[in-house]
Design a binder for this molecule. Structure first.
Ligand SMILES: [Fe+2]
Ligand SMILES: [Fe+2]
Length: 160
């Protein structure tokens, strides 16, 4: 699978996870917290594979916008990570939790939208072969990080 298709699929997955989170009633606090932790784990892995593999490749494209777009995306990742910490830190205490998860969701939607519009546009200049190769690397790294996370058992609560 091409890198941009894999990353777009991740974006769609996390959007569905947010939608499921929002459908959970306020009485389902335990489930909401577990779902929030899963969302954050998904986001952490996604951001890591982009930062390690995808962004450096995009940055190498000879395009005057490439460097700027990647720097901006890295800034947005930082904001996203602090929004995640903020949301998880009170262990689902309402009403703050719902509000903080909403902030995180808006952050993610904005960032994913920009990425699909700006970064993917630059990335297409890498050509299909290179995008396939990067897709393979992203997939392998993602699987390795997922295996690590499973080994760590609910990393969100032990390492945050
Ligand atoms: Fe990103
Ligand atoms: Fe992304």
């Amino acid at each position: 699978m091409k890198a941009i298709d894999l990353l777009k699929k991740d974006h769609d997955t996390v959007k569905k996870m947010f939608a499921a989170f929002e459908k959970m009633g306020s009485h389902a606090q335990k489930d909401r917290l577990a779902q929030a932790e899963e969302i954050c784990e998904e986001l952490r892995i996604h951001a890591a594979i982009e930062e390690e593999i995808f962004y450096p490749a995009v940055k190498s494209v000879r395009d005057k916008e490439a460097k700027f777009d990647v720097e901006e995306a890295l800034e947005e990742h930082k904001q996203m990570k602090s929004a995640m910490e903020d949301a998880l830190k009170d262990e689902g205490q309402e009403p703050a939790f719902a509000a903080k998860m909403k902030v995180l969701k808006e952050n993610v939607e904005h960032h994913a939208g920009e990425e699909e519009k700006e970064i993917f546009k630059v990335a297409r200049k890498l050509g299909d072969d290179r995008l396939e190769e990067l897709g393979q690397q992203l997939q392998e790294r993602k699987e390795a990080l997922q295996a690590e996370d499973t080994g760590n058992h609910r990393q969100g609560t032990t390492k945050a």
